[in-house]
Design a protein around this ligand. Sequence first.
Ligand code: GLN
Length: 246
Amino acid sequence: MTVRALPRHEAERLEAFVRGVTWSELWSHRDEPLDTARFDELVARRLDGEPLAYITGSTGFYGLEIVCGPGVLVPRPETEVLVDVALGLLADIASPTVIDIGTGTGCIALAIATKRPDATVFATESSGAAWLWAERNLADSGVRLVLGDLDDGCPDADLVVANPPYVELGAELPPDVLREPAEALFAGERGLDVIDRIIERLPRHGAVALEIGTPEQASYVASRLPGARIRDDLTVRPRVVSAPCR
Ligand code: GLN
């Protein structure tokens, strides 16, 4: 489950969007007239279940502004932990090769490439709709975007990183999450279908960091990857499993 934002905070984001300023600039623009009709229209869309980031067209991730909209998973704050773990695993490797499987908006690949300009980063995506968002976010980043399944078309890498779909089929999700692409969320009865397929691809790579959704998934993945370590997110739920692959 994703970390939920507060309604007040979301309303401020929408107000800043209508005013054409950033959230931190909002307080110095409050005495200027607000287009309340437009604001009300956006609030109504949000109440109707449209994700905030789809309405504003972007969201913050790891200090970057990531464009997004229908057809792609919205970057989540808890996924920043995955980037932290990935950067930690790369710390002692000069000019590493990294693959971000199922990149979605490209946020993870972009964060890694930004922090490690010496890295060669591949980002794969099998959804054409998501690929178009990744193409925008990754333009001029040096990240190589590959349209395809898992690590197809990528060389052996020092690190494979992924925030795969891991929600169990039939799990109840908030209405805004259900507006996001099902193929980015759901992965079979236990939410493990894509994770299992990724694990099969790992032997030719150096290490892996995977986002997972439940303690049971963390234990399962750790049981399949010798030497695995589990990292919690800021809500103290297990969120990332990392391990050497060979
Ligand atoms: N963390 C997301 C949610 O529960 C799911 C993202 C994913 O499956 N990778 O909303």
